[in-house]
Design a protein around this ligand. Structure first.
Ligand code: URA
Length: 428
């Protein structure tokens, strides 16, 4: 590999230039090995945030991050593979019912997940509320479980795109998370290295998402779809609404409980709708679209896979889920129609109650979270419960209540409410 100099690479991007393939390969490799210092990479990340990267640069940056670690290979499995990635939202428990559902339709789901940071929850944190469940699997355990059960949700090992792990932590503390080239390459390096055959991206748009407007979400989706296709992964993206939180619960155990309701054939309509829309895309991407996933929810086979998936990772799917020690009910201040429920307000409240973490080493509370008793469009009555706040620590209620202030509107009785689309657009 040709040697470069970190300052030369930073200045090239600072002055609005294009980075060469050699510069990109060198800077990612040297940063992973500690030769390029954090402050130099932070400066380069800021230059990328301000000046952008073209498609060739983003593709090369992604390849260099993949090459910093190992690539998994599931081509030896007896069934095709498909995975889903969400850019993160509030109440977004969709992976939990989706992975076993798609597996029940004959497509293996290798889902390498992360923990939550900030107001969006992490899939592993949710599953860890199930007694005994273990997130860390070896590659052999993962392969065996994919063959026997069909679905795995586990922690990404240290060898999966290690350059991204280091860079993501740095971006988090240097105001450089929001750069589309950096988000797209971060997500896609992990998904391509994971070795899935098909990928469906759930790009969230709205107050509770990274991307607050549709134009930026579409740009992110188009960038990621192009990266996936270039790498030979069948990739499509759905832009979905995250101005309202999904379902009726945000937290850890409370989201597992809601996912189990969906797998039992019930659950909130929006969670079911999005689970089915993503399942159909995953099945189509894997070439198995003759199966209707709605049938697999109704006949209990998705639930059977869920139980097998939890047991295979030492969890007890029938054990009672943890319950928070304290609860606090917020009642509706007036009678009428709930016309707005803000995803960010609910996400922050759940986070402040202990469901999420401020620093990556912080523990989370399994029982903490927010349950809301009405969704936009529902009638509410003065004095009846609107939210239930859950935490092991009652001193957290005051700040959680502050984040819900201004986070919802109640219109006069009879107000008409026009729901927006949950699936806003599709990019392929
Ligand atoms: N999720 C990721 O994995 N990376 C980002 O940069 C943003 C969200």
């Amino acid at each position: 590999m040709t040697q470069h100099d970190a300052v030369e690479v930073i200045i090239a991007k600072r002055d609005g230039g294009e980075l060469s393939d050699g510069q990109i390969d060198w800077v990612i490799d040297a940063y992973t090995k500690g030769v390029v210092a954090d402050e130099q990479m932070a400066s380069l990340a800021m230059a990328i945030l301000l000046n952008g990267m073209n498609r060739r640069e983003i593709a090369r940056w992604t390849e260099a991050m993949i090459a910093s670690g190992e690539r998994m290979d599931f081509s030896g499995l007896s069934r095709p593979t498909a995975d889903k990635h969400s850019t993160g939202g509030v109440g977004d428990k969709i992976t939990l019912p989706l992975a076993p559902l798609v597996a029940a339709c004959g497509v293996a789901v290798p889902q390498l997940s992360g923990r939550g940071l900030g107001h969006t929850g992490g899939t592993l944190d949710k599953l860890e509320s199930i007694p005994g469940w273990r997130a860390a699997l070896s590659n052999t355990e993962m392969f065996d479980q994919l063959e026997s059960v069909g679905a795995v949700i586990c922690a990404a090992g240290d060898q999966l795109a290690p350059a991204d792990k280091k860079l993501y932590a740095l971006r988090d503390v240097t105001g450089t998370v929001e750069a589309i080239p950096l988000i797209a390459s971060s997500i896609m390096s992990k998904k391509i290295a994971e070795g899935t055959g098909a990928l469906v991206l759930d790009v969230k748009v709205g107050t509770g998402a990274f991307m607050k407007d549709v134009a930026r979400a579409r740009e992110l989706a188009e960038t990621m779809v192009a990266l996936g296709k270039d790498a030979g992964v069948h990739t499509v993206a759905l832009l979905t609404d995250m101005s309202t939180p999904l379902g009726l619960a945000a937290g850890n155990a409370v989201e597992v409980a809601e996912s189990v309701e969906v797998l039992s054939g019930g659950g909130p309509a929006d969670v079911v709708e999005l689970t089915l829309a993503l399942a159909r895309e995953m099945l189509a991407g894997a070439g198995r679209d003759a199966v209707d996933p709605a049938d697999r929810l109704a006949d209990g086979s998705a639930m059977d896979v869920w139980k097998a998936m939890i047991r295979a990772q030492d969890g007890d799917p029938d054990a009672a889920l943890p319950v928070a020690r304290e609860s606090h009910v917020v009642t509706a201040p007036s009678t009428g129609v709930l016309t707005r429920l803000d995803a960010m307000a609910v996400g922050l409240a759940a986070w402040r109650l202990g469901a999420g973490r401020a620093r990556k080493e912080d523990p989370v509370q399994a029982g903490a979270g927010v349950v809301w008793h009405a969704r936009p469009g529902d009638q509410v009555r003065e004095g009846e419960p609107l939210f239930t706040l859950l935490s092991d620590d009652e001193t957290r209620f005051t700040r959680a209540l502050a984040s819900l202030q201004g986070g919802y509107d109640i219109g006069a009785p009879g107000t008409t409410y026009e729901p927006g689309a949950l699936v806003i657009d599709r990019v392929s």
